[in-house]
Design a protein around this ligand. Structure first.
Ligand SMILES: [Zn+2]
Length: 418
């Protein structure tokens, strides 16, 4: 399987890009090579595709269902009652809708935490993108529930579903206020033994921090560090309520950070200290979070919001520079999950997108990255390629009409069950 992209804009030059067996095999001027598929790169720029490092994909089904309330009311009174009704079929359809939206906006990887992981994996497999999928682990301090989740996780990881290697399975303790200490310790050991990534929400709200201080006598980050939970395989989402000393701890443990600026703003959770994390050298990726707290999965919009949020947080217009933000949304995401992508270079994994340089948001193009971060949204993406396979070309994804139709029908059926 090979693709030749003719005369595409890359780093201020017009080049040909030849992709073979999922990697960039050759990049140069006027390549003399034959390919299974040849596409024109005229008036297009090639850039790495986006890595959405934190979301709950099937929550596309809850887009616009509950807005404008605090996190705990939102979760307890609206989101969780809706989610309790979701079947594997609902999650499969919600995830396909999410994948469609991601492909249409140039994203080829997402890190997920949800229920019915087999259904998520099947959707990802069919849609052709990549994902790191975790099953939400929530025991609410109930030892019986803890045992149940441990048994489920053992069974699952000892014989995971057989799907494409584009799908990796990781662990997903929801948060320190929904998972007991005993369970967190079990996850710590199990993930260590199995070499698994762990995806968890940490220090998201002031309430979480204050409750943690009351119950555990310390802050969320220090609590996790005290129990030896933090290491290079941990991806922490939010991480708002932390001080300098805690950022130092996170750096020393080499944890990875999933920054979800829209969700943090929408739920008024607080302000992520972008500069402090970047300056300390922590690897920060960008995520959209789920569609109930965003309410879309467009990483181009998320980059702009991340950049603006960084400036607000530090009260300085030089914070959240477009090059840094772009790297967080692409290469850093790939690095966090050990995928050799995020750059258009020979030998790298061929996950990339083409950008329409004739789209009004891209004209003029004094600076490509500036346009992508500050001016554009996902509509500027014309072609999406993952693992050397074209998933969208000229803004069309095969089967998209059916996905939209099925999703609408499925949401009606969920509402009937509520
Ligand atoms: Zn989340």
């Amino acid at each position: 399987m090979s693709i030749l992209i003719k005369e595409v804009f890359l780093n201020k030059e017009i080049v040909d890009v030849y992709i073979e067996n999922g990697v960039f095999k050759k990049i140069g001027k006027s390549l003399n090579v034959e390919a299974d598929q040849v596409i024109s790169g005229k008036d297009r720029a090639i850039i790495p595709s986006f890595f959405n490092v934190h979301t709950h994909a099937a929550m596309t089904l809850l887009r616009g269902y509950a807005d404008d309330m605090d996190l705990h009311t939102w979760l307890n009174n609206h989101i969780w009652p809706f989610e309790r009704k979701l079947t594997p079929d609902d999650v499969y359809i919600g995830t396909k809708l999410a994948c469609l939206e991601m492909i249409k906006t140039g994203t080829t990887f997402f890190c997920d935490m949800y229920w019915h992981v087999e259904a998520i994996a099947q959707a990802v497999d069919e849609m052709g993108i990549r994902a790191a999928i975790s099953s939400a682990y929530v025991d609410f301090e109930d030892p019986k529930k803890g045992e149940y989740f441990q048994k489920k996780n053992r069974e699952f990881f000892y014989s995971p579903p057989k799907v494409s290697s584009r799908v990796m399975f990781i662990m997903g303790p929801h948060a320190i206020y929904t998972v007991s200490k005993a369970s967190l310790e079990w996850i710590r050991d199990f993930a260590q033994d199995m070499g698994l990534f762990v995806n968890i929400h940490v220090a998201e709200t002031k309430k979480e921090m204050e409750d943690c201080k009351k119950i555990r006598g310390t802050t969320p980050v220090k609590y996790l560090d005290d129990i030896g939970f933090l290491n290079e395989r941990c991806i922490l989402a939010h991480v708002i309520w932390v001080d300098e000393e805690e950022i130092e701890i996170l750096k020393n443990r080499n944890v990875k950070i999933a920054h979800v600026p829209t969700s943090n703003m929408k739920l008024a959770s607080g302000s992520f200290k972008f500069d402090e994390f970047i300056n300390k050298g922590l690897i920060v990726g960008i995520g959209t979070d789920g569609c109930a707290s965003n309410n879309n999965l467009d990483m181009l919009e998320e980059m702009k919001i991340a950049a603006l949020r960084a400036k607000m947080a530090s009260n300085s217009p030089t914070s959240g520079k477009s090059d840094d933000i772009f790297r967080c949304a692409t290469k850093n995401g790939a690095t966090i999950f050990g995928i050799d992508a995020g750059e258009i270079k020979e030998g790298k994994v061929a996950d990339c997108v083409l950008i329409d340089l004739n789209h009004p948001q891209m004209v003029p193009c004094h600076n490509l990255i500036s346009n992508l971060v500050y001016a554009a949204n996902g509509d500027v993406v014309t072609t999406t390629i993952c693992n050397g396979k074209i998933l969208m070309h000229n803004r069309y994804v095969e089967g998209e009409e059916e996905i939209i139709k099925t999703a609408k029908k499925q949401v009606k059926s969920i509402l009937d069950r509520l």
